[in-house]
Design a protein around this ligand. Structure first.
Ligand code: DAH
Length: 341
C-alpha cells in the first residue's frame, strides 16, 4: 500500500507541474482529494489492514496527504498572483505615496529670502555657537553692560580655542552683523535667517530655541527713510498691499536711533481683533541705524558709510501667517502638526 501511495504522490507532483490555470487545478484537486478521488479510495482501504500496519500506513498516508495539499495551495496562490499582475484595473484608486514636507518655518524663510533677493540682499548664516565678542561686545554691549540682562544667555563652559573668548549660544542673529562686515566690507546688503537660544522658561509665546531674521544694509548716505522704505515693502509682501508700518523709539545698544517696528494688523486692518490683541498693530521687529561703534568693529569707516539694521522674530511671522497659537509646536516633532503644511 505504501508503494501505491508513493506512486500517487509521484503522479500528483508530475500533473501539478502541468497545471496552467485554476480550472485544471481544481480538476486535479477533485481527481485526488474528492470523496471518490484516488487518495480517498486508498485511505478507505486502510480499515482492511491489521491494527499495527494500519497505524503505520495511516500515519504515512496522512502526512503525504498534507504534503500534497500544501503543494496544491501554493500552486493556487501562485496562479492567482500571476493573474492579478496581468490585469490592470484603471478604476482603482491610486496608492497614496506619503512624502515629507517642509517645516512651516522653512517655508516662510524661503519666501522671505526670495523677496529680499529682489531687493539685492544676499542670505547668509552665522554660527549658533558663538563667542561673547560677536554676540555682545562687537555690538556695543560691553562686559557688565546692563543691556546684557535684556537677554538670558546660555553660556558654554569651554572657551573659544584661538581667542580664549567666552562661548555662548547666540541670543540673536545680530551676531552675524560684524562677521558679515568683516567678510564682505561695504557696501553691503544681507539678511541672516537663523536659530537663536535664550535661557527662558517656555510658554505659548516663548521658547528657549527660536528663529530670527536679521537684515543689514550699509552704503553711503543711508538714513531712516531707506530703512522705512525697505520695511514698508516687507510689510506689504508679508501682509498685503494695504499694510502700514509704525515705528516707535526703543533702545537697542547696536543702533542709534533704535526703533520698535509694527505692521498694521492684516486681519482687522487696524480696527482691533484677537490676533493683534485689539491694538490694531502687530509688533514684529526691532530696527535702527547702525551705531558707529558697530561699523568700526566691522572695519567700516562711519565717516564714509552709514547703514540700517533690523531683526524680525521669524517664529512670530510664521505663527501669524498660519494662525498657530503655541510656539512650542515648532519643535514638538508632532506629525499631526507638521502634516498640515
Ligand atoms: N537683536 C534684537 C533682539 O533680539 C532685535 C534687533 C533690534 C535687531 C534692533 C536689530 C536691530 O538688527 O537693529 O531683541
Amino acid at each position: 500500500m505504501k508503494t501505491k501511495l508513493e506512486k500517487i504522490k509521484q503522479d500528483f507532483l508530475q500533473s501539478i507541474k502541468e497545471v496552467k490555470d485554476q480550472k485544471s487545478l481544481s480538476d486535479l484537486e477533485d481527481k485526488y482529494f474528492s470523496r471518490k478521488g484516488e487518495l480517498s479510495l486508498i485511505l478507505r482501504q486502510l480499515k482492511d489492514l491489521d491494527m499495527k500496519t494500519r497505524q503505520e500506513v495511516g500515519k504515512f498516508a496522512n502526512s503525504l496527504k498534507n504534503e500534497l495539499k500544501e503543494v496544491l495551495e501554493k500552486t493556487r496562490k501562485d496562479l492567482s498572483r500571476e493573474k492579478t499582475s496581468d490585469v490592470v484595473d484603471p478604476t482603482l484608486p491610486g496608492e497614496k505615496i506619503s512624502t515629507g514636507a517642509l517645516h512651516p518655518i522653512t517655508i516662510v524663510r524661503k519666501e522671505i529670502e526670495d523677496f529680499f533677493a529682489t531687493l539685492g540682499f544676499m542670505s547668509i548664516d552665522g554660527p549658533e555657537l558663538e563667542s561673547d565678542y560677536y554676540n555682545f561686545t562687537a555690538l556695543n554691549v560691553l562686559a557688565h553692560h546692563p543691556a546684557r540682562d535684556m537677554q538670558d544667555t546660555f553660556y558654554i563652559d569651554s572657551k573659544d580655542e584661538d581667542k580664549q573668548a567666552d562661548l555662548l549660544m547666540r541670543t540673536q542673529t545680530s551676531n552675524t552683523q560684524v562677521r558679515a562686515m568683516l567678510k564682505h566690507g561695504a557696501p553691503l546688503r544681507a539678511i541672516v535667517p537663523g536659530r537663536c537660544f535664550r535661557c527662558e522658561s517656555t510658554d505659548a509665546r516663548h521658547e528657549h530655541t527660536f528663529y530670527q531674521l536679521e537684515g543689514i544694509l550699509i552704503d553711503e548716505n543711508i538714513n531712516l527713510a531707506h530703512l522705512k522704505a525697505v520695511l514698508e515693502e516687507t510689510g506689504k509682501f508679508l501682509y498685503g498691499p494695504n499694510t502700514k508700518l509704525r515705528t516707535r523709539p526703543k533702545y537697542f545698544p547696536f543702533v542709534e536711533p533704535g526703533l520698535n517696528g509694527e505692521f498694521s494688523c492684516f486681519l482687522c486692518q487696524g480696527k482691533g481683533c484677537r490676533v493683534c490683541k485689539n491694538s490694531g498693530w502687530l509688533e514684529v521687529l526691532g530696527c535702527g541705524l547702525i551705531h558707529p561703534n558697530v561699523l568700526r568693529a566691522g572695519g567700516i569707516d562711519p565717516e564714509k558709510y552709514s547703514g540700517f539694521a533690523f531683526g524680525f522674530g521669524l517664529d512670530r511671522l510664521v505663527m501669524l501667517k498660519y494662525d498657530i497659537n503655541d510656539i512650542r509646536n515648532f519643535h514638538s516633532g508632532d506629525l499631526r502638526f507638521l502634516k498640515q503644511f
